[in-house]
Design a protein around this ligand. Structure first.
Ligand code: SF4
Length: 294
């Protein structure tokens, strides 16, 4: 069996699955989940992602819909030229970009072309990334040349599920280190941008999760969103070593309902901390206003 075994049988079960990153309103129309918690719209310019995260929902979906034939193929990033040249009109609400790949060396130019077109049409854009420092530097410089000031049409949200390098290397083997992501955030904040963080999926046991969330909450100029790892049985690409169980044990700790409650009570009056659908469901929290109303 391939060391990077993906549970394909389970992937078939995804037919009924609604990924947390696929736009979705729960039955009854009350509670937005996934990308709908952050944005009314989504945009992407590529298929595949060099970051190769072991929990990647987008890879699972690409396999499910036959867009890739194997787990390994996901690392080949293919630019969608139709998406690059597509007209971008003004849309009501926020556009999350990207939602099913990342902004990497290979996708950067295409991403910038689409980003500029979306901003040029007057849209509000939420750029979500495991950021590479030189690319954020270049993005911020290009934005400065175009807008001459840090545009409030754009907010960054950088994913930091752990500050421990070894943990990030396991779950997100091709992505920038946590240190590099923090440096990228620092750079974007200095350039005047709103920078928030996504701690979804949270990769550490509860005590470490709380520590990291506290640090990020003091640092952010936007918000820190905390969420659990969802439906991992359907998506987990294992390494095939004893690190699999070790790393999963860290995640399972923060998934325990009593630990989710503990995390919530530490931060529930902190206006900088928000809760993803996994927490809102577990703790029966009220539905959020739409992203453009917040
Ligand atoms: S960065 Fe996002 S799209 Fe890329 S592999 Fe990780 S989860 Fe998937």
């Amino acid at each position: 069996m391939n060391k990077r075994d993906f549970n394909l049988a389970a992937a078939d079960e995804l037919r009924g699955d609604k990924s947390e990153h696929v736009s979705e309103i729960e039955p009854g129309g009350k509670r937005a989940t996934g990308t709908k918690e952050w944005a009314e719209h989504s945009a992407n310019v590529a298929l595949g992602c060099i970051h190769d995260c072991r929990y990647c929902y987008a890879r699972a979906n690409a396999l499910r819909f036959g867009k890739i034939k194997s787990v390994e193929e996901w690392k080949n990033e293919v630019i969608n030229l139709d998406a690059v040249v597509k007209h971008q009109g003004k849309r009501k609400g926020v556009i999350m970009f990207p939602t099913a790949h990342d902004i990497t060396d290979k996708t950067f130019d295409a991403s910038m072309a689409v980003l500029f077109r979306m901003l040029g049409a007057g849209n509000k854009v939420l750029v979500v990334s495991k950021p590479k420092l030189d690319l954020i530097d270049s993005m911020v410089s290009q934005l400065k040349r175009a807008f001459h000031y840090p545009t409030d049409q754009l907010t960054f949200r950088f994913t930091i599920g752990t500050l421990y390098r070894e943990v990030a290397e396991y779950w997100e083997p091709g992505a920038p280190s946590p240190e590099e992501r923090v440096a990228a955030a620092e750079l974007a904040i200095k350039a005047g941008y709103k920078v928030g963080f996504s701690m979804e999926p949270a990769l550490d046991p509860t005590d470490a999760l709380i520590q990291t969330a506290g640090k990020l909450a003091r640092f952010t100029t936007d918000q820190v969103w905390i969420g659990t790892m969802n439906k991992i049985d359907l998506r987990w690409v294992k390494e095939g070593t004893d690190r699999d169980a070790k790393m999963m044990a860290r995640v399972e700790d923060n998934l325990k309902p009593e630990n989710m409650r503990r995390t919530y009570y530490v931060f529930h009056i902190n206006p900088k901390v928000e809760w993803k659908d996994s927490y809102r469901r577990e703790l029966n929290l009220p539905a959020l206003p739409t992203p453009s109303e917040r």
